[in-house]
Every structure is written in C-alpha cells, then in structure tokens.
Design a protein around this ligand. Structure first.
Ligand code: 13P
Length: 253
C-alpha cells in the first residue's frame, strides 16, 4: 500500500515567527495523537524553511516549498533555486499550482522545467494538475489533466517512484468550499495513474496521487478511502492544527 501523504499548502499565510509557535504546538499535539500511518509535509513560504527546519528535524514532519525557479543559479532577481530550498530544509516542493499558472502565467513547459529543477536539486516535486470550471463543464477535464501531465513530464526520467508526487486539484474546488465528489476524485486519480503507467510502467503503481480542493475533516475519510487518492494537498485546513491532524487521522490505516 502507498503511505498516505498529508501535505499542507500554507500559501502566503503566517510569518516565520507565528509559524514557529504553530510548529512547536503541532509537535506537542503529535505526542498524544498517533498519525504514524501517514507521512506529514507542510509546504511553507520559502522564508520559513531555515527557521522551521531545526524544529522539525528528527520529527515526523517534513517541509516543502511552494514554488521553485527553473534555473540552477544566476542573475534571476527574486527567484529561489531548488538547491537553496533543499539546503534550507525542504524535502518537497509544490510545482505548477493553479495559482502560479493563473497569476504568474506558468505554462506546462515552465512547469516541466521546474519539475526537472526539483529533481536535479534534490527535491521531490508535488506536481499540480487540474481543470478549471469551464473545462469541467465542457467535459474536457480528462484531456486537460493529460495535457498538463504530458507537458510537465516530457523528458523527465523517473528512477524511483518516490521521486514524484502528483496532485489533482480541480481549480473550481480550491478555496471555494466546493469539493469534487470522492468518485470524481477517484476517477481523475485513475486517469493520472493510467497516464503515469503508460509513461513509466510499473513504477507508476507506487507514485502517490493526491487530491486537493477544499479537503477538510468532514470529507477527508471518504476521499482518502479511494484507491487512487493517496493523500491530500490541503490549503485552508492545513493552517488549523486540529483540522490538519483530523485529516491525517482520517487516512486509512
Ligand atoms: P483549499 O484546501 O483551501 O481549497 O486549497 C487547496 C489548495 O490549493 C492546495 O494546494
């Protein structure tokens, strides 16, 4: 069985100071709540990594970034490289989030370059794909996700199934309170898995495919019970410790 990955995406919330208090409290909560059946990762603002890394070292909580430069290094003012994120304490990095695609005009080719940058720089990319509402209404959701996966994984060789995580996040479900039904999440997880099998063969069986979009304690158990929903990428609820841990507890044991 694939170990469920319960990934928070803090987006642009908290400061290094408030995050420090939050993280210490989470680790305290973990002394009395057993969620050892899942892997926990929090994808935090880049400014937080070096502050949180010493606090989470040796604990079950891993850290991740939310975006990465496609370049290794150079005169790219404002950019942060994969090696910088990894050195500051990140193990994962969200790539191609719909908010990056929407507000920063990231296309599939750039997302693919960022996936490659993660792998070269020692980070596990959490590759986000998902259709907007009009694509779903037009019945184009599967084609959209396959196009995004094709573009982002072109030229990417996978050596280990643990080197990639895919997150299916229907854009209409992000921050809206609208959740895909568990059956829809499963159907799209299966679409992604079948694409990955065609691309990488049996390795794809162990790649984790997450669902994201208004995941919360009340819907997590049903979503996470599905065969091709191997975890969650959680926005709003991951900023609330009790909700984040309740989602982790809802994953199948
Ligand atoms: P919400 O859980 O707030 O809908 O956000 C989902 C998301 O965008 C995670 O990356």
């Amino acid at each position: 069985m694939r170990t469920p990955l319960i990934a928070g995406n803090w987006k642009m919330y908290t400061t290094p100071s408030t995050a420090t208090v939050w993280m210490r409290a989470l680790l305290e909560d973990l002394t009395s709540q057993d969620v050892s059946h899942v892997e926990l990762v929090l994808n935090v603002p880049a400014t937080h990594l070096a502050v949180l890394a010493p606090i989470t070292a040796g604990t079950p909580v891993a850290l991740g970034g939310q975006d990465v430069s496609a370049h290794d290094e150079g005169a790219y003012t404002g950019e942060v490289s994969a090696a910088m994120l990894a050195n500051a304490g990140a193990r994962y990095c969200v790539v191609g989030h719909s908010e990056r695609r929407q507000y920063h005009a990231e296309d599939d080719a750039l997302v693919g370059a960022k996936v490659a940058a993660c792998l070269a720089g020692g980070l596990i990319p959490i590759l986000c794909v998902g259709e907007v509402e009009s694509e779903r209404e037009a019945g184009e959701h599967e084609a959209t996700v396959i196009r995004q996966l094709t573009g982002a994984l072109e030229g990417i060789d996978l050596k280990d199934s643990g080197d990639l995580v895919v997150a299916y996040e229907p854009v209409w479900a992000i921050g809206t309170g609208k959740t895909a039904t568990a059956d829809d999440a499963q159907a799209m997880g299966a679409v992604a898995r079948s694409f990955l099998k065609g691309r990488y063969g049996p390795l794809a069986d162990a790649v984790r495919i997450l669902y994201g979009g208004s995941m919360k304690p009340s819907n997590a158990a049903e979503l996470l019970a599905k065969a091709d929903v191997d975890g969650g990428l959680i926005g709003g609820a991951s900023l609330k410790r009790d909700q984040y841990l309740a989602i982790a507890a809802a994953a199948p044991r």
